[in-house]
Design a binder for this molecule. Structure first.
Ligand code: M6R
Length: 610
């Protein structure tokens, strides 16, 4: 949610800022802007609503540049996406410009106080109270750093901020307060690079530090001063050994299509160092060094959105395979309900970004309760990992498409392997041989779906004129139905609801008519006959039934309108195949509606505000 970037160099940095913003666009894309210290030592701000491509075209003839600058790609919280509300945001005298990620919860109070002091506000943002507050303090004490410290103390809420000041050439100031995503500062011999993620600074930095909660920094080309509780602190510089990932669409039109097709490869790579197919053993001990799992009596899972649905499915696996009672929590609800967590519970917090504010809040609460905790993420050294200490990386590599696809199936795979790992001690009698056999062939089974998408694409086109969908499933297929509905909503702006099929008769059935296609996921092992009753009930009410199944031979053609068939497998592995089929359906339905499937409206890949 909002991307921040900044550079100090002995060369001009405008092109670096634009490159950085392109990399960070996944964090928000409703407006964009940069502030440069130009050759005349003035702060020049260029900004507009819309995406970076619109910014580039608007400023194609602009020649301003400078050796220091900050930039921002926005996901609006306060104030509509407009040129005026885009960051960087000036103070009233236009001597301080800043970019902000997060929400200032007491901004109305601060705004009122400053208006009473004669300050003028020009935007609808909460951010402007930060720039004007710094300005207010600076009018009194003439010291930029001191004014930033006072501002830091006064604001309530969550903020990651980068600031430049006309009277402080050569410096980028900033701070982090609360949960507002990451901020990394990279160093090389001729450049300071600042960004919301590591990937963005990799190509211009040799080593980096992370700015943590309650830290204020001052970066110059020579040095980075970090202050916490009014004292200078020494941060550990981490060397950047990995090369930055080459990110391209390959031959696909959209990143999300490429990412869907990467799933077999990701699935296979996650076996490495974890799965021994000869001895039929799973090993997470190296990743979870120092965590004693022997005393664990319960597992609690936390996540939001797709990560929550991955947890929901994992709760079935953990109970059935490893025989450990497991509860799944929507992280945002858990945090604020004064939860009770028993001793000997293991908490697992899931977030592909490792930055989701709701999940971080829950993880922090769990930490306060001194409950052992594991993060499952797709990001190294993430904010979540800092809280949980123990982390399993899902190895999906960068996912640009805002709607999760490969990170969903990779998270599921990690959960399944983890359930099997726990079962080695807790439930050695689980059907190991069969599961290992099917697991091995899963990448090829997924690949076969991806090689034969025509039928699903045709169906997606056919159903693209409908505005409402229901997705029903039982057992393992219920979380799949929930995730399917989310995918359709996010990508195609179609109203879609997922339900456990048993719930249908308790209300949703009244929605069924010929304008409401009902997607029913029916697999051999997950209560097939009960699902058959459900589809018959839908059909009897003139509903349109699309069946997604691996047991078509058990279904009479008169019971459904359309069918998508995937290969048979152990029932607990079937969600991988049904989920990939649904991803293809959702993406192609959105394409038939002419939508930008990489950047759905109103969304951001990293949700760093609560
Ligand atoms: O980064 P996280 O996994 O914590 O993100 C959680 C949700 O915001 C995320 O899954 C969201 O629902 C996606 N847009 C799903 O496609």
């Amino acid at each position: 949610m909002c991307g921040i970037v900044g550079y100090i160099s002995n060369h001009c940095v405008k092109s670096d800022l634009i490159k950085g913003l392109k990399k960070l666009e996944y964090r928000g894309y409703d407006s964009v802007g940069i502030a440069l210290f130009d050759v005349n030592q003035n702060i020049k701000v260029l900004k507009n609503s819309g995406q970076i491509k619109d910014f580039i075209s608007k400023y194609k003839n602009d020649t301003s540049d400078g050796h220091l600058g900050i930039g921002h790609t926005r996901w609006a919280t306060h104030g509509v996406p407009s040129d005026n509300n885009s960051h960087p945001i000036f103070d009233q005298n236009e001597t301080i410009a800043l970019v902000h990620n997060g929400i200032i919860e007491n901004y109305l109070d601060i705004k009122k106080e400053l208006i009473d002091e004669g300050f003028k506000f020009k935007t609808d943002t909460d951010t402007e109270c930060i720039s004007n507050l710094i300005s207010y303090y600076k009018n009194k004490n003439k010291d930029t750093l001191r004014s930033i410290k006072l501002t830091f103390q006064k604001i309530k809420g969550h903020a990651v901020v980068a600031i430049i000041s006309k009277e402080d050439p050569g410096k980028i100031f900033g701070f982090k307060k609360g949960l507002a995503g990451s901020l990394r500062i990279g160093l090389s011999s001729n450049k300071i690079s600042i960004a919301s993620d590591l990937e963005t600074i990799k190509s211009t930095s040799e080593k980096y530090i992370s700015i943590d909660n309650k830290e204020i920094f001052v970066a110059t080309l020579e040095d980075v001063l970090v202050i916490s509780k009014d004292k200078k602190i020494e941060k550990e510089w981490i060397s950047i050994d990995e090369k930055s990932e080459t990110i391209s669409k390959n031959n696909f039109d959209f990143f999300i299509e490429k990412e869907i097709h990467e799933q077999p490869e990701v699935f296979l790579s996650n076996f490495q160092n974890r799965v021994n197919f000869s001895s039929k053993e799973i090993d997470f001990s190296k990743e979870l060094k120092g965590l004693n799992l022997d005393e664990i009596k319960r597992i609690n899972l936390f996540g939001m959105g797709t990560s929550y649905y991955a947890c929901l499915l994992a709760s079935y696996w953990l109970e059935q395979i490893s025989k450990i009672p497991t509860q799944c929590h929507n992280a945002s609800e858990f945090t604020y309900r004064n939860p009770l967590v028993e001793e000997n519970t293991l908490a697992i917090s899931v977030s592909q970004s490792g930055e989701t504010a709701d999940t971080l809040s829950a993880a922090n609460l769990i930490k306060e309760m001194k409950i052992p905790q594991i993060a499952i993420t797709n990001t190294n050294n993430s904010e979540l990992e800092k809280v949980t200490k123990n982390c399993i990386n899902i190895g999906a590599k960068t996912e640009i498409g805002v709607a999760s696809t490969k990170t969903f199936t990779a998270t599921l795979e990690i959960f399944l392997l983890f359930a099997m790992y726990l079962a080695q001690k807790r439930n050695p009698g689980y059907p190991k041989t069969k599961i290992f056999q099917e697991l091995k062939s899963m990448p090829s089974q997924i690949e076969r779906i991806l090689d034969n998408t025509k039928h699903i694409v045709d169906l997606a086109k056919l159903y693209s004129k409908y505005d409402n969908f229901l997705f029903l499933g039982r057992g393992y297929n219920y979380p799949v139905a929930m995730e399917a509905a989310l995918k359709l909503k996010e990508l195609s702006y179609v109203h879609a609801e997922g339900y456990p099929a048993g719930e249908m008769k308790h209300g949703p059935i009244s929605l069924i008519d010929s304008k409401m296609p009902v997607f029913c996921i029916i697999t051999e092992g997950s209560h097939r006959d009960k699902m058959i009753s459900n589809i018959r009930e839908v059909k009897s009410r003139n509903g349109k039934v699309i069946v997604l199944t691996n047991c078509s031979e058990k279904l009479d053609k008169s019971w459904y309108d359309d069918i998508i068939i995937f290969e048979k497998t152990e029932d607990l592995l079937s969600p991988f195949l049904s989920s990939v089929s649904i991803q293809i359906f959702a993406v192609n339905l959105a394409l038939a509606r002419n939508l930008d499937i990489d950047k759905p409206r109103n969304l951001a890949k990293s949700v760093t505000v609560e």
